[in-house]
Design a protein around this ligand. Sequence first.
Ligand code: GLA
Ligand code: ZN
Length: 676
Amino acid sequence: MYKPFGRILYGGDYNPNQWPKEIWEQDMAYFKDARINSATINVFSWAKIQPSEEEYYFDELDEIVDMLSEENYDIVMATSTGAMPAWMYKKYPEVARVDYQGRRHKFGQRHNACPNSPVFQKYARAIAEQLAMRYGNNPHVTCWHISNEYGGECYCENCEKAFRVWLKKKYGTIEAVNKAWNLEFWGHTVYDWDEIVAPNALGDGMENGTDTAFAGLSIDYRRFMSDSMLENFKMERDAVRPYVKDAPITTNLMGTYKFLDYFKWAKEMDIVSWDNYPSYNTPWSFTAMSHDLMRGLKDAPFMLMEQTPSQQNWQPYNSLKKPGQMRAQSLQTVAHGADTVQFFQLRRSVGGCEKFHGAVIGHVGHNNTRVFREVKQLGEELERLGTSILGAANEADVGIIFDWDNYWALEYTSGPTEDLTYVNQIHQYYKYFYDKNIGVNMIPVDADFSKYKIVVAPVLYMVKEGMKEALTEFVKNGGILITTFMSGIVNESDNVHLGGYPGPLRELAGVWVEEIDALAPEQTNKITFADGTSSTCSLLCDLIHTEGAQCVASYESNFYAGMPAITKNQYGKGYTYYIGTNPTEDGIVKVLDMAVQTAGVASVVTEATGLEITCRKTSQYTYYFIFNFKDKVLPLPENFIGKQDLLTGETIPEDFHLKQYDALLVASPNTLRGKK
Ligand code: GLA
Ligand code: ZN
């Protein structure tokens, strides 16, 4: 059960240990002025608090914790295991990872412990426990942050051995492994567990790191790596738990990050937290989707653990956030389910590769800056909101399936095109609903589909056991399923569902896909709809035979001109739309408009608008977060005129328009539905 914090946590990563004491006091005054009430500390202090194998040193951290406690902060205590001390590498080189090229790394960087190193595990567990014993009782330490941004992969011998154990548990016999990975292909049959090797560039992985000779093997290795790091998380979590009473334990995730199966991870986390770092050209719909995905992991509000108040340093072009942009971005996060707004970081570092990374206090050292003023304005507004929106829900009639196994499998597959990327496909469909202000939940493959009127499953390449039945039940009972090319192709080991594409979805979709054509970047085709309008399409073209479905659009050219490209099939009380190619946006809009109408799904406002309007709901109120992310002035829909903007406390006047990055928050009491 989700339990909100006592207030909106506002603050972020804070490293006073990197600064002389005089600055600490000054910081406290500045932060108070900005209404900062929370600090994430000790993220990279392992080397400081454990200077050698035998000794701990907590004096400085004690002082930091005391200072923040006196100032009544919500302290987010990190366990510091995201970067290992140098002494550990020197004495135990095995704690470092072996990379895809097979190179054993030396001391350096971070987020690079071999997850299966018993030495790393022993010391990580010990430091986490020490910290929890020392600070677990402090009522100001209200959240625990394990390690930092888990990720990457290791191909060392320890991992290889652990992989074999993981496989034994999953498959039982070596014959089952041979079958699952179809190792008869290229004569790769193995007869003993220790003949199985990690699939990096020295094994079955292709040189480029993105392809593999045996996707079944490589997907299992991804699953194993994700599980290995999850075991690291659980190990520290369990070391901390006995000492921390109710404080939630989390680790910061990274949105659509590829290498970890976050749906599996979230089950082990008390609350999801994540780091939002869009680029200068990331569409706002993409950021919204990432938030919805993070909320979807536990179907609950989440923490925004990090974002920059101004600019990043690690992107190719680290544009400044324009005036108002940070505020709008933060509020968008809250709109999509965040109960905290935290920055990386509170004070800009003096050296190291992040010295150009934005912070609340910059290198000038004082608070007379644009960035500070904007941080303070937002702080005051969040304070004004109080606890009203904490824990409020985001409701949706539409579920979009996101699945890490599919992500891995689709992108490992060799052919039919190298231009197909999982997340972009999902985003194209998400964007339709975003533009229409229709709420979306990002859902796993084993979600309860019956909660939704529409389920969208773009490129559902891997259809695992039980899914066919669940989707069939959903459609039979009146649901609308939208799926696309490259769906229903393989099982969970990446072996093809024989008997014609889209395999287990064939009956539901009422189509048989005989062949799949790949179009090169310079090639396109066109599709014509029944009303005579047409759209361009690219990437892949399914050659479809209808088996009960009706044709919604057909190809205009190539030898398959006239064959269906998009179909609709009635099944029970519901329908399946099958989109057999990659239409331009207008084509997607056309099909999804039909689906939305059939399903009776509505936008949160009746007026058409270019604004983003996202709702969170408590038992009493619906909160409308309204944004203008467009580069032009837009009018506010009529029904919000005369209402109070909860951010400023002011009444919204007649004929109100929003400039780019303007944001409003309006509450409206819920009317009791279903009662007369
Ligand atoms: C990540 C890390 C932080 C910091 C920021 C910089 O999210 O967790 O430690 O490096 O990136 O953007
Ligand atoms: Zn390893």
